[in-house]
Design a binder for this molecule. Sequence first.
Ligand code: FES
Ligand SMILES: [Fe+2]
Length: 399
Amino acid sequence: MDADAKIRARLEAEILPDLLRPVGQARGLPGWAYAHPDVWALERRTVFARGWLGVAFESDLPRPGDCAPVDYAGHRLLLARQADGTIRAFHNLCPHREMPLLDAPRSECRTIACPWHAWTFGLDGALVATPNIGGVNRHADPDAQPGGLVPLGCGTWLGVVFVDISGQSGKLEDWLAPMRARLAAFDLSLTVEAPGEAVDHVYPANWKQVIEGAVEDYHIPWVHRQVGPQGRYEAVLGERFVGVSSWRDMQTAQRRLPPGPDGAEPEPLPVFPHMPDSGEFEASLILTLLPSPVVAAQIGHVAVSLYAPLDPARTLVRRRFRFLGEAASSARHAAARRRVRDSWQTVTDQDAWVHEAIQQSLPAREAAGFRARFSPFWEGAVHHFQALVAARMLGRDAA
Ligand code: FES
Ligand SMILES: [Fe+2]
C-alpha cells in the first residue's frame, strides 16, 4: 500500500467514524494529522492541488511588467502582470531543465530569462529566445523541441490572486459564487485596499491549526480580552468555506476597536450602507475559503488574509485591509486605518503563543491518544472544517 493509501485507510478506519458524529459527540483530527509528512504530502496532492487557491495579493504586482515568485504549500509559482493589466500564472520552473525562473519579485520586465541556460520567455509565457541552443551563436536547432511556459488558471477577486493548479476547477466566479452569495449583504465592491497597511506573520504551527483558530470566537474572552462583548453568534458551514457570523448593534460594534495610538478617538470610518443605526445586525462575517483566503467583513473594513502553508509546521499569514471608498486612502482616515491594522496586529500576536503551544504538544497528544471535543455552540465551524479537510484528502469533497 502506498503512503497516500495508508493515510486514507487510517482516516477511514480510525478517524471518520468519530469525526463525522454530531458536533457535540464528535472527536477531532488526531495529532498525527497535523504533523505526519505523509499527511502533508497527501494534502499537497489534494487540498493544495485542486480548486482555486488564494496565493497572492494583486498589490504584490501593481504595474504591468511586475513579476513575482510565490511559494504555496510547496508549489513554486510565478505571477506576471501583463501589458493589459491582467495577471498570468505559471509554474516557476523552466521547461528546459526545471530551474526556478525567478527568485525574487521584479519590476519593468518585458521578458524572463532563465538563469541557467538563458531560455527566455515573454510575460505571456511564450518562448522568445534559446541562445546558443544549436551551438555557439546558433540560436535555433531543427532537432530540438523547446517550449514555452504553460499558463495555469488565474483570476482575481477582492484584491486576491487565485490560481487553479489542477486546471480542473471550472471558472473562478463559479467556484467563489457560494461564498460571495453568503457575503452579499456586504457590498464588497465599495471597498478598496489601503496601501501600506499590512499584518504579516509566520506562525510556527500547522496550517489547519491556524485556520481552526480563525473560525471560532470561543477563545476571545481569554486570549483577546480587549475585543469587547460578544453578541448573537453562529457558525457558517459551506461546502467550500467555513466561518463565523456575529450580530451586534452599531454602538457595540464600534466599541470593539481600541482607542487610537495617542488615546484620541479618530474620525470614524464609513460603514457599509446597509447597516442600521439601531438594533442588532450581522456586524461581522468571517469566512475561510478552504484553504485560502480568509475574508473578515466588519462594519467599516474588510481584512483579507492569505494563509500560505510553508511546510507542515509553519504557516505564513498575510493580511491586507480594505475600506469603503476614499476611506482607504484619505489623510483624515489615516488614524482610523492605523487603528484597525494595529488591532489585527494585536490579535495576530496574541494567537501566536497558542498556536505554538498546540504545535509543540502534538507528540504528547499523539502519545496520549487525545482527540479534540467541541462546543456545539462555538465550534461547529472547527468541526466542519476538519470534516471538509478529511473529505478532500479522501477525494470525496462536493467540490
Ligand atoms: S534550465 Fe532553464 S534554460 Fe536551462
Ligand atoms: Fe484568536
